[in-house]
Design a protein around this ligand. Structure first.
Ligand code: F6P
Length: 327
């Protein structure tokens, strides 16, 4: 065995995302296919510290490709942020004879992975699993497409009542300070506007919205708002609107965690399956501390540091498209 990897540890961490199970299945089966053992670590880095680890066979990942959430459970682990926590985690890795880790998660997961690999020289490959799509170096993260579709289903329903009552709705979507979900769900649901943190720093979006006369030819309106202190969220904007433009009948809908659940779309299952196999290939090729991404439908390897640190830009031109289509 040239690559020297006999056993990998596999975990999911941070906010769960639909498609994580498809990724767990893929990593497990690709590893076993290549005669590499798989140890499943439960509850993210927490399970690595407490030793909640179980060896997986191919049947442990049967019948999960269609399930939302993560069968490995997830957590945001404060202890792993401490040197003492990481030392305990390393001791468990050694005890379990784990040679490399595959971690599925977002920004926080990769930040922990990077520190850990620097301190203990553990080979780590990351798979981007987050509904936010805010990781640099991949066109899409696992879970983003499903969340987008969940949002547009919800917005379609809200539109029915918005239109019946001739109301202006501010609908808040997730994204942890990134506007991908807001902007693209607005486009896909035919919303009148999207209010995103990336733009707020340049213009007062509420004013821009009014100036553009977004309600001129319509009796109702839907504005999608990114959750964020920068945008003020849907409640903050609705409050301002009621104060400054009392002529509108304003309502708020915060979609919340419904966006993180549900069966993954075909697209999320496909990228999760491809990325899982690519993670094992990368480890066997001697690659270390990278994230697997997909760009223009091709698998790419992105240094973890770049995936976390570089800002992935939203395509602000899409705001113009939205504006044109909302007349
Ligand atoms: O990162 C995924 C995400 O769903 C964000 O969009 C959101 O800000 C956050 O997690 C919510 O986290 P929690 O479930 O811990 O409240």
């Amino acid at each position: 065995m040239v690559h020297g990897i006999r056993c990998i540890g596999l975990l999911t961490s941070g906010g769960d995302a639909p498609g994580m199970n498809a990724a767990i299945r893929s990593v497990t089966r690709a590893a076993i296919f290549n005669n590499i053992r798989v140890k499943a670590i439960y509850r993210g880095y927490k399970g690595l510290i407490t030793g909640e680890i179980k060896e997986f066979q191919t049947q442990n990942v049967s019948n999960i490709i269609q399930q939302g959430g993560t069968i490995l459970k997830s957590a945001r682990c404060a202890e792993f942020r401490t040197p003492e926590g990481r030392q305990l985690a390393y001791e468990n890795l050694v005890r379990e004879e784990i040679d490399a880790l595959v971690v599925i998660g977002g920004d926080g997961t990769f930040t922990g992975a990077r520190l850990f690999s620097q301190e203990y020289n553990v080979p780590i490959v990351g798979l981007p699993g987050t509904i936010d799509n805010d990781l640099f170096g991949t066109d899409s993260t696992i879970g983003y497409d499903t969340a987008l579709n969940t949002i547009i289903d919800a917005v379609d329903k809200i539109r029915d009542t918005a239109s019946s009552h001739e109301r202006l709705f501010f609908i808040e979507v997730m994204g942890r300070d990134a506007g991908f979900l807001a902007l693209n769900s607005a486009l896909a649901s035919g919303a009148e506007a999207a209010i995103i943190p990336e733009r707020e720093t340049k213009v007062d979006q509420l004013e821009e919205l009014i100036r553009n006369g977004f309600r001129k030819s319509k009796n109702s309106s839907i504005v999608i708002v990114s959750e964020s202190e920068v945008t003020g969220g849907a409640n903050g904007l609705a409050e301002r609107m009621r104060r400054e433009h009392p002529e509108y009948d304003v309502r708020v809908s915060i979609l919340g965690h419904i966006q993180r659940g549900g069966s993954p779309t075909a697209y999320d299952r496909i990228i999760a399956s491809r990325m899982g196999v690519a993670a094992i290939d990368a480890l066997m090729d001697g690659l270390r501390n990278i994230m697997i991404g997909i760009v223009n439908n091709e698998i790419v390897h992105v240094p973890l540091a770049k995936a976390i640190k570089d800002d992935k830009p939203v395509n602000e031109q899409l705001l113009g498209v939205l504006q044109i289509l909302s007349i």
